[in-house]
Design a protein around this ligand. Structure first.
Ligand SMILES: Cc1cc2nc3c(=O)[nH]c(=O)nc-3n(C[C@H](O)[C@H](O)[C@H](O)COP(=O)(O)OP(=O)(O)OC[C@H]3O[C@@H](n4cnc5c(N)ncnc54)[C@H](O)[C@@H]3O)c2cc1C
Length: 415
């Protein structure tokens, strides 16, 4: 018998989580399941479609009313003011639909830049950049990766900012600066070492805020990704770009450390997001298997397909438990670096496997735009190289394990 088509994605309270986190999960799940997933067709319309615009306005108001707006922001900036764990669990549920994040006030790269400005910005910078960014009056981008230097080794960055009176003068070339076309300002990672070369390589980078209307900020092109230029992942030349010294974000020389910190929390959120996507892909796959007749029987009766279901279940549970454990280590102030690298390798690869099986079960429909699977598949592949490629994280894991053994300790998996 086919699974009833009205069966919706849902979650039950988890006795191991505190009441606040459970309430956020349940409430978020209700909105995503009841209001967003059933309206994905409308949300997929062009951004200027009146029907879409009206729905987006209504659902955003509903989310705000429900107290679920902007989980990454503190209450005084209009956000939920929740802790890291609550945010991580919420991300899992938001990922059931590719449209949820923006409807809950989380839009990359603005949300990451908001977090950076909150943490490092001066009062002046918060007034000038953070507040309009949160109010939706400004857009932003984060400009670190360069075409001629390895993004996977950010210390190799060559875009240089030198002091000239009370200004920085920036010269260099960046690419894959997402959202640059729409941005009012960029946070640019620059090499700012002193002439005497003091400090380690890690201490020679500074993040500098650059308004995009500054002379010398020149967008050359939107680099197509998977054949599309929609994300505006731009190649930009910085030619004698002059901005006040006061535009440095944080102390001079702290840019690399700040970027790494941003990535640590971000990797947990991305992995919980991957788990949520796997959950949705799994749900689509299982429902399809219970409905589709092939060769005289339902797909669910074929052992190949049962294998897909079982292997996907294993991938999801393993990803989820690894990610939650890593989040808990971070929350308790432990050293989670090895585990962060482990999930950053395992989880996007697991996502790719689960989505691949779900696509296979859907046949041609799986690669069409009629399900979110095709988008998930491309996103999973991209994640294997963005945010630290698989190889770099594998190297880090091995390095940390070997360091422990060389210092006389076996690895303790039981902590
Ligand atoms: C869709 C998208 C959006 C992006 N948005 C932004 C953005 O907004 N801002 C921004 O600054 N950047 C952005 N990026 C860039 C992204 O962060 C970089 O692509 C990533 O850091 C990898 O850097 P790279 O492309 O220079 O690869 P490289 O550093 O050239 O590495 C290439 C490959 O070399 C291999 N490799 C690297 N090191 C080792 C090693 N030690 N041993 C063995 N193999 C190794 C890996 O397989 C790696 O994939 C985006 C990228 C994409 C795809």
């Amino acid at each position: 018998m086919a699974v009833p088509s009205l069966l919706k994605l849902t979650v039950a309270p988890n006795p191991r989580l505190d009441d606040e986190v459970n309430e956020i999960r349940l409430h978020t799940a209700d909105i995503v399941s009841d209001h967003i997933i059933p309206n994905e067709e409308t949300l997929g319309l062009p951004a200027d479609d009146p029907k879409r615009q009206q729905f987006v306005t209504e659902i955003k108001a509903f989310v705000k009313e429900a107290g679920l707006w902007a989980p990454h922001l503190p209450k005084e900036y209009g956000g939920m003011g929740v802790g890291f764990i609550a945010h991580a669990y919420m991300n899992e549920i938001l990922a059931w639909s590719p449209y949820s994040n923006s409807l809950f006030g989380v839009v990359a790269p603005n949300s990451g830049n908001q977090t950076l400005l909150l943490k490092l910005g001066t009062e002046e910078q918060k007034k000038q950049w953070l507040e309009p960014l949160i109010a939706g009056e400004m857009q932003s981008c984060f400009s670190m990766t360069e075409p001629d230097n390895a993004g996977s080794d950010p210390r190799s960055i060559q875009t240089r900012a030198v002091k000239d009176g009370d200004h920085w003068v920036i010269n260099g070339r960046k690419w894959f600066t997402s959202n640059a076309v729409n941005a009012d300002f960029a946070i640019v990672m620059c090499r700012t070492e002193e002439d005497d070369g003091r400090g380690s390589v890690n201490e020679k980078m500074t993040q500098i805020i650059v308004p995009t209307d500054t002379p010398g900020f020149e967008i050359e092109r939107s680099v197509p990704v998977w054949g599309h230029t929609g994300g505006h992942h731009c190649e930009i030349v910085y030619r004698d770009v002059r901005v006040p010294l006061a535009n440095a974000l944080g102390r001079q020389g702290t840019g690399h450390a700040a970027a790494q910190e941003r990535l640590g929390d971000g990797r947990i959120f991305h992995c919980m997001n991957c788990v949520g996507q796997m959950w949705r892909a799994f749900d689509l796959m299982v429902k399809r298997a219970t409905e589709r007749q092939v060769h005289g029987g339902l797909l669910e009766d074929k052992q190949f397909i049962q294998g897909f279901i079982a292997d996907s279940y294993i991938d999801i549970q393993a990803s989820r438990l690894m990610t939650i454990r890593t989040a808990e280590i971070m929350e308790q102030g432990g050293d989670a670096r090895t585990d962060i690298s482990a999930i950053k390798v395992f989880v996007p690869n697991a996502l790719a496997r689960v989505v691949d099986r779900a696509i296979q079960v859907h046949g041609a429909m799986g690669v069409s735009g009629d399900t979110p699977l095709a988008g998930m598949f491309l996103g999973a592949r991209t994640l294997r190289l963005a945010d630290g490629p698989d190889e770099v994280h594998r190297i880090l894991i091995a390095k940390n394990v070997l360091r422990a053994y060389h210092s006389g300790h076996a690895w303790d998996f039981g902590v």
